[in-house]
Design a protein around this ligand. Structure first.
Ligand code: 5GP
Ligand code: MG
Length: 178
């Protein structure tokens, strides 16, 4: 089945499951060969749940740990404006070597927020791994250490990524059909 309907939209297969699997292996191998010691992987929910699970099974680094966070944004009172915080951050991650696992980096605004919040925790090192990256949408200077695949500015769903909370269960990645 090459096409799929989610709510009011039609999507077509863009990255089949077999290719996703190869991307995951390549990211995991690069992390394994990076020399990082005692890593604490931090998967950004909800979108990264399948990527994180599949990458972790391929990680061979001694003492690898994983934790899960969610970025919450809400309107602060008066002058503070929008406030972000990380839900689920461990009590003490100071001094840890962090590998952030993201589903997709688009403008990079989310990534920048996450990094700022992690830096406040005095971690030793932060590396970024993302399954998908949209270079033409990226507005930040933050170096992305591990990229599964760079893609054009199409809206994609599947393998963890949602359209209005649905489609996360799809084994392939689909793109919006124009
Ligand atoms: P950024 O802050 O980098 O602009 O966007 C990051 C977030 O936007 C991602 O974590 C993801 O939730 C959402 N996003 C960006 N592009 C896409 C896309 O093509 N498909 C889906 N489903 N979500 C996207
Ligand atoms: Mg995300």
């Amino acid at each position: 089945m090459n096409e799929i309907n989610l709510k009011d939209k039609t999507f077509e297969v863009f990255i089949p499951e077999t290719e996703i699997s190869a991307m995951v292996h390549s990211v995991a191998n690069a992390i394994n060969n990076s020399g990082i010691k005692n890593p604490l992987f931090i998967a950004v929910m909800n979108g990264a749940f399948l990527f994180a699970a599949d990458v972790m099974k391929k990680i061979t680094i001694h003492n690898a740990e994983i934790s899960f966070i969610k970025l919450s944004s809400y309107e602060g009172t008066e002058t503070t404006g929008e406030v972000s915080r990380l839900i689920g951050i461990e009590d003490n991650i100071s001094g840890r070597n962090i590998v952030v696992l993201e589903d997709i980096v688009d403008t990079g605004i989310t990534l920048e927020r996450i990094i700022k919040l992690l830096e406040k925790e005095n971690v030793a090192d932060i590396k970024i791994a993302t399954l998908l990256f949209k270079p033409n949408a990226y507005t930040k200077d933050i170096y992305i250490d591990f990229i599964g695949k760079s893609i054009p500015n199409d809206f994609v769903v599947g393998y963890g990524l949602d359209y209005d909370e649905i489609g996360r269960n799809l084994p392939h990645i689909y793109k919006l059909k124009n």
